[in-house]
Ligand binder design. Sequence first.
Ligand code: SAH
Ligand code: SF4
Length: 398
Amino acid sequence: MATSLDISHRKTEAAPETAAARKNLLGLTRDELGAALALIGLPKNQIRMRTTQLWNAIYTRGQSDFAEMTTLSKELREKLAGHFVVARPEIVTEQKSVDGTRKWLLRLASDRPGLPGPEVETVYIPEEGRGTLCISSQVGCTLTCTFCHTGTQKLVRNLTAGEIVGQLMVARDALGEWPNSGRNADDRLVTNIVMMGMGEPLYNFENVRDALDIVSDGEGLSLSKRRITLSTSGVVPMIERAGAEIGSMLAISLHAVNDETRDKLVPLNKKYPMAELLEACRNYPGLSNARRITFEYVMLKGVNDSLADAKELVRLLKGIPAKINLIPFNPWPGSPYECSDWAQIEKFADVVNRAGYASPVRTPRGRDIMAACGQLKSETVKARASERFKKADAQPSA
Ligand code: SAH
Ligand code: SF4
């Protein structure tokens, strides 16, 4: 029988005793998936075909229960179930904004037995004709941009490739976007991905790269790299590597037009100043008018929002195929900045528009559920912080 397993004289791994010990297949590259199948004793001449079948079950059909993967023999399904799981992060809460934005708080696998795993947030932003999923790459962040809520949370850990891909899988589950939902395959809900959630994606390079390769694989999730944007605060040495090994669209969190201001807003600027950052941008491969770098610019009242700043921004970006995205600052509890006045944002945008950059102001989405840019943070950490506030309130004043 073609599907039977010839494991009699092969070195194989014994099935683990507990569910927790079973390896998660989500996030393995095709080669890693093949190697995992070899380890449990699949004959060499079957690996390629079985990898493709499993890949399609996981990423085209969204299946996580081996019993449902009926393209595989019963014997193989049982064997797979004995060794592996296909596990997404678990949804802790889902919030829906009045504007249709949805935010999921997800719990990741625990690294410490007996304790709950860390949490991240993923946000879905539906718009006319497209739907963008904002994905996290780290729990917390090592960087401390002073306008960013995530930046107040220390790095807990990097996400695995499976946890990065898993955010898209969870969103597709919740939105009912797998083929069995009856939706037309062309009528996609998640059409774009932005690596703009929690964390600095270029500080978790390999996992982000592998995850985006899986997401953009022509079989399966099939989201082209042109529809994936990686946002970085400016990790200059990794930008070149991202161009060579990831090849997604690039967004740069610029936020200032001189080193003095940028040093304060994005402290990483002290390590990689603006001249080096812009040089790395100029060298990013494949740039053209159809493939531009997005420069994000958060509008902070009295800090970076003068018309002189706007003119300097246009001057700085000359020669780089660029889009400018003005982001009204999204406040968070205790944030030290205010959003620029709307009239000032419009004047700033006018200068930028006149220089040939179209519709640059990003409408804040999901602010009512703290889902807008820079508002994400793990719920448990927020809870602990609010506990602290409560305790501080309860202290008798001196
Ligand atoms: N770490 C990466 C990606 C995550 S942040 C980066 O810094 O680029 C995604 C975007 O949200 C960045 O442009 C970031 O600067 C911006 N952002 C952070 N805090 C914000 C806030 N409070 N209001 C508006 N935008 C914010
Ligand atoms: Fe980290 Fe980006 Fe926030 Fe800066 S803006 S602290 S790099 S998540």
